[in-house]
Design a protein around this ligand. Structure first.
Ligand code: FES
Length: 161
């Protein structure tokens, strides 16, 4: 067998491998095009249900509920833009609202009805419901206060409430 014959034989042996690689490429391309097609098909559906704009802090007042919906000594967590807020019916000051985002590492505070304080579960930070100030724990600042107003029997927070 000459050297040239040997090279031709080697090329013939490589050909099926090259064909397989072409097939693999075409399969990958087909999969990619299918994924693009599915995305193009469902993107408008996903966009329809996705909130168009989620403000960090709503510019308009947000309704919370009926003025009597939160019993004295109780609280309600509500959606307020990107982050939740907490509305408390304090025995001393009546209805007050704060951002529910802890000023330490941004965990969400919750109302502790037994102790009548706002408690952060992450590092045991406690806040006074009457003014949002820190009672104890690592939070460096009070909870952000949110304006609250009652209009036609409904509690509104934020905006120019
Ligand atoms: S995040 Fe609230 S106490 Fe640390």
């Amino acid at each position: 067998m000459s050297n040239q014959d040997h090279n031709q034989a080697a090329q013939h042996m490589q050909e099926p491998e090259a064909r397989l690689s072409r097939r693999g490429f075409l399969t990958t391309l087909q999969g990619f095009l299918a994924a693009v097609g599915v995305t193009a098909l469902f993107a408008p559906v996903i966009a329809f249900f996705w909130p168009a704009k989620l403000e960090e802090t709503p510019s308009d007042p947000v309704p919370v509920g009926d003025k009597d919906s939160i019993a004295p000594g109780d609280a309600q967590t509500v959606r307020f833009g990107r982050y939740p807020a907490i509305v408390i019916n304090t025995p001393g000051k009546g209805l007050v609202a704060y951002s529910a985002v802890c000023t330490h590492f941004a965990c969400l505070v919750a109302w502790d009805p037994e102790a009548q304080v706002l408690a952060c579960p992450c590092h045991e930070g406690y806040f006074d419901p009457s003014d949002g100030s820190v009672i104890s724990g690592p939070p460096p600042a009070p909870l952000e206060s949110i304006p609250l107003k009652i209009t036609d029997g409904t509690i509104f927070i934020g905006g120019e409430a």
